[in-house]
Design a protein around this ligand. Structure first.
Ligand code: GLU
Length: 280
């Protein structure tokens, strides 16, 4: 099977050293395997995505020496597909509309309610609602218990090749119920989807065989694998890499402008200087 991987940034701020590590590692692994490196723009969050950040992504990656196949998949152009997938799950009776605000959820969690399990995840206040009662502005949640029942005990697992958790991971239903719960798959207007759902749909669409991304996203993998099983999509291999941290040991964030690639470029560092700094 030809190795296919992707770098999937969200154009919501400048790329920093952590993104450079992820993109370069994916590119190097694809080259070493004689495979393909794809770029995907994850711009479903239309309130935070900006064309100027997208342009900067192309510019920074080209400067780093990367090239990718065109046309680039931009998720904002495929919102209908994600919506269709949510409706597919709704037709399986696995989705319900939810009007709880963050503060409603906090209140429900602090005061035990009859019939509502006391977990740190969504307490299920709207779980009884049917899709017919959906109103503009509702979030669409996956009913985790029904989703697991739907799979009739099918074993969920994924293979990880990253340094920290290498090996085959079996996902237990209890783990999904307790750590993920009734995840939001669509938000507010029906055309807005969660990152996890859009990524699962596009990883399948782009025939991704190995997902390479930061360790911070390891925890989202069980939900992705569950969605792959429900939607009858293949599960790729996963490779979660180390995180690039600042001098205080904190993971770099988009607001860390000081470590943005653009800033390094302005300071005169070369692409090979960046590779050296990242240990690549
Ligand atoms: N768009 C995500 C981010 O910028 C990446 C998700 C992924 O690689 O799966 O954090």
């Amino acid at each position: 099977m030809t190795f296919i991987t992707r770098f999937a940034p969200s154009p919501t701020g400048p790329l920093h050293l952590g993104h450079a590590y992820s993109a370069l590692l994916a590119y190097d692994m694809a080259r070493a395997a004689n495979g393909h490196f794809l770029l995907r723009i994850e711009d479903t969050d239309t309130s935070r995505s900006r064309p100027e950040w997208e342009a900067q992504i192309y510019d920074d990656l080209t400067w780093l020496g990367l090239s990718w196949e065109k046309p680039v998949l931009r998720q904002s152009e495929h919102l209908k597909d994600y919506n269709r997938r949510i409706m597919q799950l709704a037709d399986m009776s696995l989705i319900y509309p939810c009007s709880c605000s963050r503060s409603d959820i906090r209140a429900a969690l602090s005061a035990p309610q009859e019939g509502v399990p006391s977990t740190a995840i969504y307490p299920g206040t709207c779980r009884h609602r049917s899709m017919d009662s959906r109103q503009a502005g509702d979030a669409l949640r996956l009913n985790m218990r029904l989703a697991l029942e739907h799979l009739c005990g099918q074993q969920l697992e994924f293979h990880e090749t990253g340094p920290k958790h290498a090996g085959t991971h079996r996902i237990s239903p209890q783990q999904l119920q307790l750590t993920t719960g009734d995840a939001v798959l669509g938000r507010k207007e029906i055309e807005t989807v969660s990152y996890v759902l859009a990524a699962v749909v596009d990883d399948a669409r782009q025939n991704i065989t190995t997902l390479i991304r930061g360790q911070d996203l390891f925890e989202t993998t069980p939900l992705q694998v569950l969605l792959q099983a429900l939607l009858d999509l293949p599960t790729p291999r996963y490779h979660h890499h180390k995180l690039i941290r600042d001098d205080a040991g904190k993971r770099l964030a988009k607001r860390d402008d000081a470590r943005s690639i653009a800033k390094y470029r302005a300071d005169g560092i070369t692409p090979s200087g960046i590779r050296q700094q990242l240990g690549l």
